[in-house]
Design a protein around this ligand. Structure first.
Ligand SMILES: [Cu+2]
Length: 469
């Protein structure tokens, strides 16, 4: 039933549409564009490689751009919501830079952003693995005024089903979702080809309020912070946080409907969606009834700050534990600060799963920060403290099919990395980077992980600089 001819044809058509949209954006780049009523001014040129990715920086621009102080950053929270430059309806600080190509054609504003990492990872110890793989996503979108509001159509794809072979890449202590019928342990699953297919509609109610609707056969409900692949504070770290399935893993969910109401700097949202995580067949759309819900309160008190609290009830999220429902709660604070020739972004995130009926609670804490400086350099770090389940030992003890998950251990991960902009391709940011992750764990795990587990990763990353925001 899985990779049917129909699904493949469907995928092919969508990829073609996507390719056309990309071609359209690049062709239209030189044609200039008028500014939609909900958009701030932005540059029409493409030769701003050093500076354009930052909102609100004072970096140099090519002449004749007509930029004032503001450099096209959204004026306020409501405008940044309408811009929809991130996954689902998640929010980051208003000052967050976005690398996005933009062009106006056929009555629509076309936008594209995305990125691709080519990674090589090596890990120590009996459970360490090594692999060359690519993590990536591509997001074409189109926007226009329609009736009293703004209509946005957005798609997001990932080629990871092909570029992460054998349905996983190595990541010590990581768990979540399945490969070949069993739970993934010490590995991260690829994202689905269809990460998001969404229609969004935003309508102003007076000057200070906004009503937002979001409908997506696959998409991101109002739950958690911006997911890590799209988060500016994690922009140069290609690996998933150990807390992914405690914090932001619902960014790919099925049959998502979200209603949001924003007043000035405060937004409240609620979503209905299908609670089951994506299955291991990553090329298709999974679907399923709307059986889960979430609600999120977001506050952007100042241009550089964003905070959210969210709560979800997930119906049977894991295929290996179909009788378990999960209550997930997350809270996060993000800080973004545009700098003269760079940017500094930081996120503090907490997420918690409560397995209903089993009195099991799992927490995950994360602090990450990425500094871009002197235009061409990035340094970043991530510190995590995450509860692991008994799944981690399942394959070791040979108790496949064991029913309940229970708390096993709390582990720590400490990552530090550096990347350098190579300026290889005009219009495209190309970096060469690497990171090291050290792990902390209780002693009883030493026999299977070694004394001091460590992972190193090197990569090349490409991302369009963009001419929009
Ligand atoms: Cu994910």
């Amino acid at each position: 039933m899985r990779k049917t001819a129909g699904t493949r044809a469907y995928s092919f058509i969508l990829v073609s549409v996507f390719a056309l949209a990309v071609a359209n954006v690049s062709l239209a780049q030189s044609s200039g564009h008028q500014h939609g009523s909900e958009h701030e001014q932005h540059s029409t040129g493409s030769q701003q490689q050093e500076s354009q990715t930052s909102h609100g920086t004072t970096a140099q621009h090519a002449p004749g751009m007509g930029h004032e102080q503001d450099h096209g950053a959204p004026k306020d929270f409501i405008r940044s919501i309408i811009h929809h430059s991130t996954s689902g309806t998640s929010a980051e600080p208003v000052s967050t830079p976005v690398s996005m190509l933009m062009a106006d054609k056929w009555g629509w504003r076309w936008m594209f952003h995305g990125e691709a990492f080519l990674n090589a990872i090596q890990q120590s110890g009996p459970r360490g693995g090594d692999k060359v793989f690519s993590t990536n996503w591509f997001m074409p979108m189109a926007q226009k005024q329609a009736g009293p509001g703004t209509l946005t159509l957005r798609a997001m794809f990932s080629l990871e089903p092909a570029t992460v072979t054998n349905r996983r890449y190595p990541e010590l202590f990581q768990e979540g979702e399945t490969a070949y019928g069993s739970g993934i342990v010490d590995g991260q699953h690829p994202h689905d080809f269809f990460m998001e297919l969404a229609a969004l509609y935003d309508m102003r109610i007076g000057e200070d309020s906004l009503l937002s609707l979001y409908a997506a056969p696959v998409g991101d409900p109002a739950m958690g912070p911006t997911a890590y692949p799209h988060r500016i504070s994690a922009s140069e770290n290609p690996t998933a946080p150990l807390g992914h399935h405690l914090q932001d893993s619902t960014h790919i969910a099925y049959n998502v409907f979200t209603l949001g109401l924003t007043h000035k700097n405060v937004r409240i949202e609620t979503s209905g969606f299908h609670g089951r995580e994506p299955d291991e067949y990553r090329w298709d759309l999974d679907g399923g009834g709307v059986d889960s819900w979430s609600t999120r309160l977001t506050i952007n008190p100042a241009r550089n700050w964003s905070a959210q609290y969210s709560f979800a009830r997930l119906n049977s999220p894991e295929s290996l534990h179909p009788d378990e429902d999960v209550q997930r709660m997350t809270a996060s604070v993000m800080y973004n600060r545009p700098l003269q020739n760079g940017n500094w972004a930081t996120s503090l995130i907490w997420g918690r799963n409560r397995i209903l009926g089993h009195h099991q609670i799992f927490n995950g804490y994360l602090l990450e920060s990425t500094l871009k400086f002197a235009n061409r350099n990035y340094i970043w770090g991530r510190v995590e403290n995450a509860d692991r389940t008994s799944e981690l030992l399942r394959e070791h003890s040979g108790t496949e099919g064991d029913s309940d998950e229970h708390f096993l251990a709390r582990v720590q991960a400490y990552t530090a990395g550096y990347a350098r902009e190579l300026n290889l391709i005009p219009g495209v940011s190309t970096t060469l980077g690497g990171q090291v992750t050290l792990y902390g764990k209780p002693d009883f795990l030493t026999p299977i992980y070694g004394e001091r587990p460590v992972g190193v990763l090197a990569y090349i990353r490409i991302r369009p600089f963009g001419n929009g925001h």
